[in-house]
Ligand binder design. Structure first.
Ligand SMILES: [Fe+2]
Length: 238
């Protein structure tokens, strides 16, 4: 069992043991083997999802057909038991967004991430340097896809416009392609929104760019230090 699987198992046990009240009777009858089985099911579902994502990209390339296959794989993963294990979230982009790597995590590896967005806190317009598919688990989210009007030659300045805007709910998905088509911003419209994403490469270990639409200023955020990056991914399957 990989280190990620062991950690997921332990996390699931902690979550299961923290239940109380009306669930006490159920908890008393739940055996450790049941908990382990559920955790294993989640781990298997994650592995199946990643395998399908690899197959889709290998067979179809970074195409709309591949994105739709990955979207279908994420919809199956969303139904797997225990996928809501949400410990170890780290801040992402500021603005209340947070994320956790569920699988992958190598700099140039397909990476599965669980992300959380809070209402009233829009992420900056940003990129990830890669394609991705996002599947909404819970809540409602405003997703805005942006596009550059300039040629992209000035790394410190960009002229942007909205390409499209969508309100996404549970079961909805959106995808974007490799740069320069990966500019977007997100915001939960009610409470908290949760989503699963598969990225073409680990967005936490690549250079990010943040865009100020009013001034056109582009801010570059380099990857975190190697030690920090390692720490961020220390529970992912390597
Ligand atoms: Fe993003």
């Amino acid at each position: 069992m990989t280190r990620a699987a062991i950690k997921l198992v332990m996390s699931f046990i902690v979550v299961a043991c923290s239940c109380s009240g009306a669930n006490d009777r159920q908890e008393e009858s739940r055996s450790p083997s049941t908990d382990l089985s559920a955790a294993d099911s989640l781990h298997e579902a994650i592995e199946e999802t990643m395998a399908e994502a690899h197959r889709a990209i290998s067979e179809l390339g970074v195409t709309e057909a591949a994105m739709l296959r990955i979207q279908t794989a994420l919809s199956r993963l969303a139904r797997a038991p225990g996928h809501k294990e949400r410990s170890d979230l780290r801040e992402l982009h500021g603005g209340g967004a947070a994320s956790a790597v569920l699988s992958g995590g190598g700099k140039d590896s397909l990476t599965l991430i669980l992300a959380r967005f809070q209402s009233g806190k829009t992420t900056p317009i940003h990129d990830h340097g890669t394609w991705a598919v996002a599947y909404i688990l819970e809540g409602q989210e405003r997703y805005i896809q942006w596009e550059r009007l300039d040629a992209g030659g000035d790394p410190r300045h960009a002229q942007l416009q909205v390409k499209y805007e969508r309100i996404l709910g549970p079961g909805d998905a959106v995808y974007w392609f490799d740069p320069p088509h990966d500019l977007h911003s997100q915001e939960a419209t009610e409470g908290v929104a949760w989503e699963l994403l598969i990225f073409g490469r680990n967005p936490l270990q690549g250079t990010l760019h943040y865009f100020d639409r009013e001034t056109g200023r582009v801010t570059t955020k380099e990857p975190v230090t190697p030690a920090d990056a390692e720490e961020r991914n220390d529970w992912t399957a390597q």
